[in-house]
Design a protein around this ligand. Structure first.
Ligand SMILES: O=P(O)(O)OC[C@H]1O[C@H](OP(=O)(O)OP(=O)(O)O)[C@H](O)[C@@H]1O
Ligand SMILES: NC(=O)CC[C@H](N)C(=O)O
Ligand code: SF4
Ligand SMILES: [Mg+2]
Length: 478
């Protein structure tokens, strides 16, 4: 499906402990945010970077822990949005004496590259992160102050960012964009007096650190020998927290803006059951894995049986991975083909399938085919995210309209019911019930105006642009 979000961490131990084991464990806890590449940076060295899952490099961990021993480090798991999925584009990147890890997308990267002497961005040769890092280093050479440099840089960029930075001098910084599109939290590990920032609180929990708070939109946090300090480099309202994090991207155990993701997803299912009560069905089945809490909430609210009628194939090469964040369609299809139905649960039944999103439609088309093959008599699809009809330029990898199934079959219609009827023909469902933005915001527990819903509404005000949409090949070079 669409690719989205990387994961970042930044760690500093005030008591001088080697933080590399923490970096590895926290990145593993963020693996759901990026499966393509990962890396670690410590002061004074070239970053360590590898392609693939962190677990694939387990044999190297003991050497990495010794060789990169440091009380200050940053780390990254990558889900590519701009720039090919190559080792060269893996992060952290190093420009002069600054290492950078980035979650987000700099949508005006071509324009920004024009401000960096001798740099012409093409998705084949570099990532948006590299261009932003080069521009930041230019501002730092001029201003010598990170908050001032970030203030100028954010004014030049369109898009989203949660950055972690590491200087060769040994300071760790974290910066979150002023709208707060992507998540970022601050934590503390008492026993080792270690501060850390991470994309999600599940990364803190993985190393036994406590969640202190969210990093504020527009905030710059500095961790160094002198302790921890914070400055606002920008203030913008309203915030635009990505609603897609709450339905799909984030880990269920994480807490974002004070909201636990599992509880939010269950509530989303309950609210959907009140909006679309399909009471004549026999069973509610989640699309594994991210829709499971929502399906449970839906079933409980209506008193319908909840069953695991579809299982991800944990034992095949790619079976347990996320399909949407894979960079290539063939891998997305392979992962979804690996979803195994339990015939006894669905045969001869009217099945309500709950999923969190239909983006390209890869997943739902495969799953409905599978359910029909094992004898489901009727398939109603309940979707926790509203129809996605507009490209995301803020960190999720659907940069063109052409790849969005709801655009291809309904962009001129403004009613979710009409789009549902059209998309159900394409993916082979008997019925699709799509959520709407207001119901979703209420279930998440946040004011609608504080959430980003651009990919559903086409309102690009949070990014301050009126884009002219381009094709995927123009955007990504692929
Ligand atoms: O319409 P599509 O383009 O197929 O994208 C949407 C699907 O992809 C995601 O699942 P994914 O396989 O990434 O993993 P998960 O649910 O196991 O986290 C999401 O939960 C939907 O099922
Ligand atoms: N998903 C992300 O946040 C990606 C970060 C950056 N845009 C890259 O492609 O490497
Ligand atoms: S456009 Fe959609 S996917 Fe992108 S940040 Fe906004 S809500 Fe998230
Ligand atoms: Mg899924």
């Amino acid at each position: 499906m669409v690719h989205e979000n990387c994961g970042v961490v930044g760690i500093f131990s005030l008591d001088g402990h080697n933080v590399i084991p923490f970096v590895i464990d926290s990145l593993r806890a963020l693996q759901h945010r990026g499966q393509e590449a990962w890396g670690i940076a410590v002061p004074g060295k070239s970053p360590f970077r590898r392609l693939g899952l962190i677990s694939s490099a387990a044999a190297e961990f003991p050497t990495v822990v010794k060789k990169y021993k440091s009380h200050a480090a940053i780390g990254h798991v990558r889900y590519s949005t701009l720039g090919k999925s190559t080792l060269e584009n893996a992060q952290p990147l190093k420009v002069k004496d600054l290492c950078v890890a980035h979650n987000g997308t700099i949508a005006n990267v071509e324009e920004l590259s024009g401000m960096v002497g001798g740099c012409t961005f093409t998705p084949q040769t570099m990532s948006d992160t590299l261009v932003a890092a080069q521009r930041l280093v230019m501002h730092l050479a001029d201003k010598e102050d990170m908050a001032e440099a970030m203030h100028i840089l954010k004014g030049e960029m369109v898009g989203s960012f949660c950055f972690t930075f590491l200087t060769d001098g040994g300071s760790v910084y974290a910066a979150r964009d002023p709208r707060g599109f992507r998540p970022l939290v601050l934590g503390h590990h008492r026993e080792t007096n270690t501060y850390m920032v991470a994309s999600e609180s599940c990364a803190l929990a993985a190393v036994g650190a406590q969640l202190v708070r969210d990093v504020e939109p527009g905030e710059l946090v500095k961790m160094s020998k002198g302790g921890i300090s914070s400055q606002q480099f920008a203030n913008e309202k309203p915030h635009a927290h990505c609603a897609f994090e709450y339905t799909y991207f984030a880990h269920p155990s994480s807490i974002m803006e004070g909201i636990n993701i599992y509880a939010a997803r269950k509530r989303i299912g309950q609210f959907l059951a009140r909006k679309f009560p399909i009471t004549n069905a026999d069973v509610v089945v989640p699309v594994p894995d991210s829709a499971r809490p929502a399906a449970l909430g839906y079933a409980q609210e209506l008193g319908l049986p909840f069953e695991e009628g579809l299982l991800k194939d944990r034992y095949s090469r790619k079976g347990s991975m996320r399909s949407f964040i894979e960079p290539y369609q063939s891998d997305r299809v392979e992962i979804n083909k690996g979803i195994i139905p339990i015939q006894e649960v669905v045969e001869g039944k009217h099945v309500i399938v709950v999923d969190d999103s239909i983006v390209r439609g890869t997943s739902s088309a495969e799953i409905i085919k599978t359910l029909r093959m094992v004898g489901a008599s009727r398939v109603s699809l309940v979707v926790t995210y509203p129809p996605i009809r507009y490209p995301c330029y803020a960190g999720i990898d659907f940069p063109s309209q052409e790849e969005l199934v709801a655009y291809q079959h309904g962009v001129t219609e403004d009613s979710n019911a009409t789009i549902g009827a059209r998309v159900s023909q394409v993916i082979g469902a008997d019925h699709i019930a799509y959520n709407d933005t207001s119901n979703l915001a209420k279930a998440i527990g946040m004011p609608e105006e504080e959430l980003c819903f651009t990919c559903s509404t086409g309102n690009y005000a949070p990014l301050g642009i009126r884009p002219v949409f381009k094709s995927r090949i123009q955007m990504k070079g692929e």
